[in-house]
Structures are given as structure tokens and as C-alpha cells.
Design a protein around this ligand. Structure first.
Ligand code: FES
Length: 172
């Protein structure tokens, strides 16, 4: 009989402790949610930059650009076929950084296979596949600039999907 009372007391103690733990966890979750809500999001505000007009582009002839600032060279290309991330009436206009993600050599466009190629250590990036690295030493795909075309045909850049070579943040 005494033994049963001890077991019963132990069970009550355990449940009381569990209740306290549950209340504690709920309070911690609430505090965590408040802390999360109070913490500003570390978002980078990209500049919106006009790069060119659709009428300025010829198929498979890259145009030199700079985005998000003058220290970040890139190319704007009308590929001739719709591709992921492509904009414009044909869904074929894309833009990329031309700084190789490996060591920053400047990439050169190969119109024959629509790739950007590095003269440094031969990395290659597919312009029809969002800058996918298809060969070489780089360990990152090529930064693709986010584009938007307005009602006049002007092409604007307003973001980048990978870190531009040599930077801790794309927007300095
Ligand atoms: Fe381009 Fe090394 S700098 S592969």
C-alpha cells in the first residue's frame, strides 16, 4: 500500500514537472516569435537600373552592361529562344555578370554555343541555363541579373541570383 502511494506521488510529481516544462516551452516559443518579429530582415535593396531597350538588341550579339554598379561588368544577350529567366516578348533576353566566379577573370561570349568562357582556367557557363557552370574550376554558377521589361521596351535590372566575384555583398 505504501509502495502504491509512492508511485502515485511520483506520477503526480512527474506530470507537474511536465506541465511546467510545457508552459516553459510555450513561453519560450512566444518570446522567440516576438524576437523574430522584432528582428529586421537582412535584405539587400538592389538598384533598378535601365540597361537598354529591346530594340537595341540583335539576336546572339551580347551588349556590354554594368550592374549593380560600374564596378560590376556584365552582358545583356538576346538568345533567340525562350530560356529560364528570359524576359521580353520572346522570353529570350538574359543578363549575366562577366566576372568569373573562380578568380574574377573576365568572361568571353561564345556565340556558337551561347556560353560565357573564362580565359583564366577554362570555366564555362551556359547562358541558356541560367548561367549553369558546365566546365572548369569555378565552384559557383554565374550570377544572373534579374530583368524586367516595361511597356516602352526598356529593360531594367533589379537583382542578382548569385554573389558577384570579389564581393561580400552584391550591393556595396
Ligand atoms: Fe575563371 Fe579561374 S578565373 S576559371
Amino acid at each position: 500500500m505504501k509502495c502504491h502511494r509512492l508511485v502515485d506521488a511520483g506520477r503526480r510529481q512527474f506530470l507537474r514537472g511536465g506541465g511546467v516544462a510545457a508552459v516553459g516551452a510555450a513561453a519560450a516559443a512566444t518570446v522567440g516569435a516576438q524576437a523574430e518579429a522584432a528582428t529586421p530582415l537582412a535584405r539587400v535593396a538592389y538598384p533598378a537600373t535601365r540597361l537598354a531597350n529591346i530594340a537595341d538588341l540583335a539576336v546572339n550579339e551580347p551588349m556590354d552592361i554594368a550592374y549593380p554598379d560600374a564596378g560590376s561588368p556584365g552582358v545583356l544577350i538576346k538568345l533567340g529562344t525562350a530560356v529560364p529567366g528570359g524576359v521580353g516578348p520572346d522570353g529570350d533576353v538574359v543578363a549575366y555578370s562577366v566576372l568569373c566566379p573562380h578568380k574574377g577573370w573576365q568572361l568571353q561570349y561564345n556565340a556558337a554555343d551561347r556560353t560565357l568562357n573564362c580565359p583564366g582556367h577554362w570555366s564555362r557557363f551556359d547562358c541558356e541555363a541560367g548561367g549553369l557552370q558546365v566546365f572548369g574550376h569555378a565552384t559557383q554558377n554565374l550570377p544572373q541579373f534579374t530583368l524586367r521589361v516595361d511597356e516602352t521596351g526598356d529593360i531594367h535590372a533589379d537583382g542578382a541570383d548569385e554573389l558577384i566575384y570579389g564581393r561580400l555583398s552584391n550591393v556595396l
